[in-house]
Design a protein around this ligand. Structure first.
Ligand code: ADP
Ligand code: MG
Length: 537
């Protein structure tokens, strides 16, 4: 037997579910209603631009106000408005999105980027805080009669005509007892600023505009100056030190994504701040918990990411499971790597100048993300003690001749402190060796990663051993001291030093070298370096 049919929904049952569980955070009601008002304004603008509406557009604005005595919050717009028929169609049908319908209808005419709504559920979030919701609306269509709709959150509503003279919609929320916290100016203002700071239509609260409708991430990079980027950074994070570098993401394939990622200036690990990237969808703030959208190592960056492909109306757990979100993650990694590669290729001197600041992030990415490492290998730089920069390939060439040991391994010598290790650096340089500076926070982790990635290379700290032992070329030199002499000198050092982790080596291979050095073997040293800087991967 086979039968097909329609699944029916009992609204009495689904209402409480929508009200309670759709949004974990009640303050979201304001984001949803203001988004709808912005959509209504964008729609009338759009209709005007394609000649479907020939009346006066006026100054498009969304106004939010509240009345503590009447216990109401009102969201007003002078957008497209609704007739009684449209209210029935768009509001009474849950999960029927008028926004999606509009985008579909006009998709071949002009740009649809501005419309926020999508699921046809947002309006009902009003019932999370209101015991009654009233709509008073007048459509833009000539001769249309204003309409009013009222509902107390049950499945019954009333609809009738209204006196409203001007185009647009007022949504009046009669706030429930348990939500009166929202009838505070400070509370409303902070919610509006959180979600609406960059909405594309002016949002007015208490006669003040609370948003910047044209944030720079929506503009083309070619129209922006460094000044613009720095100013925007200040707008996002007042009182923070200026960033030295940023990446403007601006792509429309395979999905739409724009944003600006700033590389903050950091001097030590304590200053690394995660969760400084905010996620937007069509200029509506969604979250700054970007853990699943932005690759782990890029969480150290600051800025904004905006993608209409990130679902707006959903909970955090949904976000984690969303396949678009996963794609976006790896895409951002790729895009950031490509941008860095591009900058390196097009202006190497500028890249070198910035490397001191961005190197930390690049290395962190190489340690923690295999795909990033593959790309970053080509533009990650090392700097020698003469302050010359090399790519890893260039450096390999550079040391090939002088620093290959008898087993064919290239030995990379590095210093973690040019002042403290100066004597060792000098004697290595006298031998014609090159030494690179690896003195940032995560370099010990970086070295470990690179050692496992680059074949036939060894990394040795320049003071790990006597210069002749650092690179075993297989050629033995005549020793100046006898073994017995060495032993007795060594004893003197060991007794005065009294530190079991350090190793004394008495060498004096030739008269112009250090007679004795105190070292700590590479393994012990790296262990203690790593415990100092903490986990980096
Ligand atoms: P969505 O925004 O995802 O489409 P909503 O539940 O938020 O769904 O809203 C449903 C529909 O109601 C909207 O698509 C729109 O057609 C209509 N609507 C809601 N608010 C307004 C408003 N302020 N002005 C005009 N139409 C509105
Ligand atoms: Mg909506």
């Amino acid at each position: 037997m086979k039968e097909t049919g329609n699944i029916s929904i009992h609204t009495e049952n689904i209402f409480p579910i929508i009200k309670k569980f759709l949004y974990s955070d009640h303050e979201i009601f304001l984001r949803e209603l203001v988004s709808n008002a912005v959509d209504a304004s964008q729609k009338i603008k759009r209709l005007s631009s394609i000649g479907e509406f020939n009346g006066e557009l006026g100054e498009l604005k969304v106004k939010v106000s509240f009345d503590k005595d009447k216990k109401t919050i009102t969201i007003s717009d002078n957008g497209i408005g609704m007739t009684a028929e449209e209210i029935k169609k768009y509001i009474n049908q849950i999960a029927f999105s008028g926004a999606t319908e509009f985008v579909e209808k006009y998709k071949d005419q002009g740009d649809d980027k501005g419309i926020i709504g999508h699921f046809g559920l947002g309006f009902y979030s009003a019932f999370m805080v209101a015991k009654e919701v009233e709509i008073i609306s007048k459509s833009y269509q000539e001769g249309s009669e204003a309409a009013t709709w009222k509902c107390d959150g049950s499945t019954e509503y009333t609809i009738g005509s209204a006196k409203k003279k001007t185009r647009g919609t007022d949504i009046i929320l009669h706030i429930a007892e348990d939500s009166e916290e929202f009838l505070e100016e400070f509370k409303l203002k902070s919610i509006l600023e959180k979600y609406g700071k960059f909405l594309p239509i002016e949002i007015e609260f208490g006669d003040k505009v609370i948003n910047n409708p044209n944030p720079i991430w929506t503009k083309s990079p070619s129209d922006l100056t460094d000044e613009d980027y720095l100013k925007f950074y200040e707008e996002l994070y007042p009182f923070q030190e200026k960033p030295l570098f940023w990446i403007h993401l601006n792509v429309d394939y395979p999905f739409n994504l724009t944003g600006i990622l700033y590389f903050p200036k950091v001097k030590n690990e304590m200053q690394l701040q995660r969760e400084k990237i905010s996620l937007y969808s069509r200029q509506v703030f969604i979250t700054d918990e970007v853990k699943d959208i932005v690759p782990e190592f890029l969480m150290l960056l600051h800025g904004v990411i905006d993608s209409p492909d990130i679902p707006l109306n959903v909970s955090r757990s949904f976000l984690q499971a969303d396949s678009n979100v996963k794609k976006i993650n790896s895409y951002i990694t790729k895009k950031v790597a490509d941008k860095l590669a591009e900058l390196f290729k097009s202006d190497r001197p500028a890249f070198e100048e910035k490397f001191a600041n961005i190197g930390l992030f690049i290395k962190y990415g190489m340690i923690s993300d295999e795909k990033f490492l593959e790309k970053a290998k080509d533009f990650c730089l090392v700097q020698d003690t003469n302050n010359k920069y090399f790519t890893l390939d260039e450096y390999s060439e550079e040391v090939q001749a002088a620093q290959t040991d008898k087993d064919g391994n290239k030995v990379y010598l590095y210093t973690t402190d040019v002042e403290q290790q100066d004597a060792f650096i000098q004697s290595a340089q006298n031998k014609g060796y090159s030494i690179i500076k690896l003195d940032t926070l995560i370099d010990s982790h970086f070295i470990n990663t690179m050692e496992s990635k680059l074949e036939k290379t060894q990394w040795k700290r320049v003071d790990a051993d006597a210069v002749d032992k650092l690179i075993d070329t297989g050629i033995t030199l005549e020793a100046i001291l006898s073994d017995a002499q060495k032993e007795s000198v060594k004893k003197v050092f060991e007794e005065t030093m009294n530190d079991k982790q350090k190793v004394v080596a008495v060498e004096a291979m030739s008269p112009d070298e250090l007679p004795a050095i105190v070292t700590q073997n590479e393994f012990m040293r790296r262990m203690s370096d790593m415990s100092k800087t903490g986990g980096g991967g």
